[in-house]
Design a protein around this ligand. Structure first.
Ligand code: ACM
Length: 765
């Protein structure tokens, strides 16, 4: 229990009067943490002793402490007494731990002893020890580690993260950063999405065209600076894959490769048109969404996939191979006389059942080679191979259904564990899906569906989060999306439900944010970044020329400090204790700090004036049908640089500025962006609304009192081929009083580029 530490510490009287024992900043929180007398200091040169098979873990402990604390430990087992080993690693089959992955860790006056049955448990003990040493967030200085007894083991066997290298290629060093951080969180399964419509990323020696053609796409251009039309892509050679598999294995992480089938197959069909159902040769897809290309189901195609799986099984030694199975819309199979004839011969009466037949061929092939198939929950449709495990992504129902049918399941429900969903709705978030999947939502997700009985619960292997990369353009985006939500994921998959505590977690997170900083991992600070809120509304402040400004953050955690003189807030700046009453012209800068003064987020600034309050960025606009806009997309197609991002509704090039205060307004200025992509129109094209245009390239139409209201401006859009991708349009507005919803509607052809709004600004007379 989490309270044990404070209670026992107080009972031992080893702390100063009235001091509460701070919980050590451990994530995930262990099963048992008890305070003990004594403790010792870890410094440069402190020795780590390990014999036999534990030697490699001793080196890893040294690396971990260097990474998170900046101290150089020494490996060696000097005689106890003068300079005796301070940290001892003990591998013993008889170790008194409760689980094969378990460990115990004891810290006393003469040092620390880490004990486990095998190197996996010992590695987890090393991770915990490195967190004890870095529990105060410091770096490069010696660290006092308090007397402690820890006994620990995981709640779930599958503690996973999915990396999508298909949509945006993640170079090997960046994959290793993700693996190292997974390991520092005791995650043990990396699901690697290696094929999709937009790219085939794994070298298959028998079929070189797969990477020669299938690993490259031509991004669409949006015509402006930074637009890319050079081939985009990349793939992993077999040598690189073996290197990554070994790197992960050394950190006790198994990689589950995914070859997606029968859908998400456009890149493979582009490389091998013989697999094409309609008999054409598409290009590797350069857009997102659900595309039509499926694998063919004839004997040659089945043989092709089995040959691919031979090489995949050779590269990845783990028990599971992921075969996708998601979002295979069956238009091509329905339209193919050959496939319809094959279905008759096989006695198969639906295309869903044909998918099941196809998947079963592969599942049996894997089983014959001692492996197990896992697939997305669509594999439940039309019957699922008995040995298959199911990954539930469309909520948790797939997990419930599958475990009741006796299949093992992994939970990775959208949107909560889809880490391509934004961490907040702040306007400084990079691209991603809307709405947000916040740190607290992730933390509070309970993996075990309560409706399952004990027998069914045994089929729940665990959970994983998915880093789909349509909007994660580069390693930086992956890190920003993953961390610190991975901390919540780690705790939910490892820690006992009785010890989960959102408040305790938050108090342990500042040190972890420091670990990210020290390791140059681009963890998002969205959960702690200061938001500036006007409780009386923007229009009331405009009426009054000032008003109440509240400084808050998403988690309501930390002490917010601020300045009004333009200087950067520090731990000594004014403490925000109550709403501020300010006049227009105030420049606020604010940041949150932990109780111990560790910075939680970089400072954010706010100019409290009429111009700020009259402007709306795209994430402050509404979709025309109402609600969320759906996606926050980057300006450029595949740029690896941090790109500006805009909220859009892919079905409506139309936005509403609600409750615009038009009193005293002369004109409207709209900063627009022309995007490179026409997001996901393939299977969804008929849902896209075309607003009527009057000129060749369309216009931006401004309407007052909603989208059925009065047209007050129609601003022509110019030829995309001859116009920069960002532009400012302005129009005078007729004199008006009071508040009105303003509608901004692009009438550009939907077959062409997508237009987004960056900012709408009302300009005063
Ligand atoms: C999925 O998100 N298509 C598994």
């Amino acid at each position: 229990m989490k309270t044990t530490f404070a209670l026992i510490a107080a009972g031992l009287g080893c702390l100063g009067a009235g001091a509460a024992a701070a919980e050590p900043s451990l994530i995930p929180w262990p099963v048992t943490v008890e305070a003990r007398a004594g403790g010792f200091t870890v410094a440069n040169g402190t020795t780590v002793c390990a014999a036999g098979d534990a030697a490699a873990t001793a080196q890893q402990l040294k690396d971990l402490v260097k990474a998170v604390r900046g101290l150089d430990l020494k490996t060696g087992c000097a005689v106890k007494g003068k300079g005796g080993a301070a940290i001892r690693l003990v591998l013993s089959p008889a170790a008194p731990v409760s689980d094969a992955e378990g460990y115990s860790l004891d810290v006393g006056p003469s040092g620390a002893v880490l004990t486990a049955r095998n190197t996996t448990g010992l590695y987890y003990a090393a991770v915990t020890f490195s967190q004890l040493v870095s529990s105060d967030g410091g770096f490069g200085t010696s660290a006092r580690v308090a007397g402690t007894h820890i006994a620990d083991y995981p709640r779930f066997r599958w503690r996973g993260l999915m990396i999508d290298s298909a949509r945006h290629f993640l170079p090997v060093p960046a994959v290793k950063v993700m693996i190292e951080q997974m390991a520092q969180h005791k995650l043990n399964t990396m699901h690697w999405h290696l094929s999709d419509d937009q790219g085939w990323r794994i070298e298959i020696r028998r079929y070189p065209e797969l990477t020669k053609i299938g690993a490259w796409r031509t991004p669409p251009s949006n015509g402006g600076p930074g637009s890319e039309t050079e081939p985009y892509g990349g793939f992993y050679t077999q040598a690189e894959i073996r290197d990554v598999v070994a790197y992960a294995a050394a950190r006790h992480i198994t990689i589950v490769p995914e070859i997606d089938m029968p859908g998400h197959a456009q890149a493979v069909v582009a490389a091998h048109p013989a697999l094409s159902v309609p008999g054409d040769q598409p290009k590797v897809s350069a857009d997102w969404g659900v595309n039509w290309y499926l694998y063919n189901t004839d004997q040659d195609s089945v043989a092709f996939v089995k040959n691919v799986l031979d090489e995949v099984m050779d590269l990845f030694p783990g028990p599971y191979i992921h075969l996708g199975g998601d979002e295979a819309i069956k238009n091509q199979w329905k339209a193919s006389p050959k496939i319809q004839a094959q279905m008759k011969v096989l006695g198969i009466t639906s295309e869903d059942a044909l998918q099941s037949w196809f998947m079963e061929q592969m599942g049996q092939y894997l089983a014959a080679h001692g492996r197990r198939m896992i697939g997305w929950d669509e594999i439940l449709e039309g019957g699922v191979p008995p040995s298959a495990a199911v990954m539930s992504w469309r909520g948790t129902q797939g997990a419930i259904t599958a475990s009741r049918l006796g299949h093992d399941v992994v939970l990775s429900p959208a949107s909560i564990l889809y880490f391509d969903n934004l961490q907040s709705r702040r306007d400084d978030e990079p691209a991603g899906r809307l709405g947000a999947s916040t740190l607290s939502q992730v933390y509070n997700f309970e993996i075990m569906p309560p409706v399952l009985n004990a027998e069914e619960q045994r089929h729940v292997l665990g959970a994983q989060a998915n880093l789909w990369s349509e909007y994660l353009l580069s390693p930086w985006y992956n890190e920003h999306a993953a961390f610190p939500r991975v901390d919540a994921l780690a705790e939910m998959t490892w820690s006992q439900p009785s010890s989960l505590s959102w408040s305790g977690f938050l108090h342990r997170l500042p040190a972890q944010m420091q670990r990210y900083r020290h390791q140059k991992v681009a963890a998002a600070d969205s959960a702690f970044a200061v938001d500036f809120q006007l409780p009386d509304g923007r229009n009331a402040a405009l009426d009054a020329g000032g008003g109440v400004v509240m400084l808050v953050n998403q988690t309501a955690f930390g002490r917010i400090r601020y300045t009004l003189d333009g200087s950067e807030p520090t731990v000594r700046s004014a403490l925000y204790a109550a709403p501020l009453n300010l006049k227009f012209g105030a420049h606020i800068k604010a940041a949150a700090f932990s109780d111990d003064g560790l910075p939680l987020a970089v400072p954010r600034a706010y100019d409290f004036d009429a111009d700020t309050l009259l402007a709306r960025s795209s994430n402050q606009l509404r979709a025309c049908p109402g609600g969320d806009l759906g996606l926050r997309v980057p300006l450029t197609a595949d740029s690896t640089a941090a790109a500006p991002a805009y909220d859009i509704d892919i079905f409506h090039m139309c936005h509403v500025y609600p409750q615009a205060r038009l009193t005293g307004i002369a004109s409207v200025r709209v900063d627009i962006a022309r995007l490179a992509r026409n997001y996901g129109l393939a299977n969804d094209a008929d849902k896209v609304r075309q607003y009527p245009a009057k000129t060749q390239f369309g216009e931006l139409v401004v309407l007052e009192d909603g989208c059925q209201g009065t047209e007050v401006a129609r601003l022509p859009l110019s030829d995309p081929a001859a116009t920069p991708n960002r532009k400012t349009l302005t129009a005078p507005l007729p004199a008006a009083d009071g508040v009105h919803d303003l509608c901004f509607m692009f009438t550009a052809p939907i077959s062409g580029p997508f237009y987004a709004i960056d900012t709408v600004s009302l300009v005063r007379k």
